[in-house]
Design a protein around this ligand. Structure first.
Ligand SMILES: [Zn+2]
Ligand SMILES: [Zn+2]
Length: 351
């Protein structure tokens, strides 16, 4: 482990076997930081994720690479677990400084492309229509109808367009390393975990190490909402995808998990079992609420969050409704809930 000049937080942590992690801060976010991994290859270092696009985060990334005995300009490639700005935010800047390639799963790349191409007005009207369908009250929807010119633009409107595709099941082009992509949709449609199929440097029992992104974290559950796409009306089942992806990762039985937040941990199968049980408890709890028919909005209001509903800020309410809808879709798909015929906005009840 190397220390920062101030001697406080270490800027780089050595996990052994040519893998280090850097703590790249996420401004104003309770998560604190993204763990960006530096993987040595025969052609130079490659990053797994890059961190939030902010000057302080960029400085932390650069300082961390210096602590690893390298620099941004030496980077050969960037492997992105998913398109979220705390993972993909600095990719463009890294590519500009180093000429590194940027790889992402095609499903998340198409989200990046859409984000770059969709005008803010289109997003606002899409969100307004979606919230209306979900049964949101008029005072919640009204701000979305304000002309976008008078609103501040979304942050991260122009994320970097990746130039390589991560193909599920295949090895990434990392000379001297065996890093295989495992498609784990759920948190996003193109989320991938990356399986380093090499013996654990401390010979821990299990199969290699897994860079798990946001899919599998030691102490928190990732947000599972809908895959928002104004151009695609397919009824997806992100929670179902997520639960399947969890089982897939549990079966790999990696010796150690290297997640993108919090800290490295072992015994992935136990964590997977815990998360599957957590989601089943939550689904069962929602069924009890659905004894009375509810719109997704009403369900979100009654679900348990990290604070009471009236204290949840505007943007987080939209995320909460999306999460409520993901759970409803799972229950409908399982045949445990159904839409009430003729209700408008549509309400759902337990079967
Ligand atoms: Zn994420
Ligand atoms: Zn994240």
């Amino acid at each position: 482990m190397k220390s920062s000049p101030s001697g406080s937080e270490p800027t780089a942590y050595d996990h052994g076997g040519g893998v280090r992690s850097l703590r790249v801060p996420i401004p104003d976010n309770p998560l604190g930081h993204t763990l960006v991994y530096v993987v040595d290859t025969d052609h130079g270092p490659v990053l797994i994720d890059t961190g939030w696009d902010d000057p302080a985060s960029w400085e932390a990334l650069a300082a961390g690479l210096t602590a690893c005995g390298t620099s941004v300009t030496e980077l050969r490639g960037v492997v992105i677990t998913h398109h979220h700005p705390d993972h993909h935010g600095l990719s463009g800047r890294v590519r500009e400084a180093s000429g590194a390639w940027v790889a992402m799963h095609a499903a998340d790349t198409s989200i990046v492309r859409r984000t770059r191409e969709t005008r803010p007005e289109r997003w606002y009207s899409y969100m307004a229509a979606k919230l209306t369908t979900a049964g949101a009250p008029e005072e919640h929807i009204a701000p979305l109808r304000t002309p976008p010119a008078r609103r501040r633009p979304f942050p991260g409107l122009a994320p970097a367009l990746p130039d390589r595709e991560i193909v599920p099941g295949e090895f990434l082009d990392l000379p001297g390393r065996r890093l295989r992509a495992i498609w784990t949709p759920g948190h996003t449609p193109g989320h991938v975990c990356l399986h380093l199929e090499e013996e654990h440097p401390a010979r821990l029992p299990g199969h290699g190490r897994l860079f798990s992104g946001d899919h599998l974290l030691p102490g928190i559950t990732p947000h599972i909402g809908l895959y928002e796409d104004p151009d695609d009306a397919t009824v997806t089942d992100p929670l179902g995808d997520y639960l399947d992806s969890l089982e897939r990762v549990g079966r790999l039985a990696p010796a150690e998990i290297l997640p993108a937040h919090q800290h490295a941990f072992t015994d992935a199968p136990s964590r997977v079992t815990e998360l599957l049980a957590h989601h089943e408890d939550r689904l069962t709890g929602l069924l009890a609420l659905l004894a009375t028919p509810l719109t997704p909005w009403q369900l979100a209001e009654r679900m348990e969050w990290n604070r009471p509903w009236p204290q949840i800020p505007y943007g987080s309410r939209n995320i909460a409704v999306s999460e409520a809808e993901a759970h409803l879709r799972r229950l409908v798909k399982q045949g445990r809930a159904e839409a009430v015929t003729g209700s408008d906005p549509v309400t759902y009840r337990a079967v």
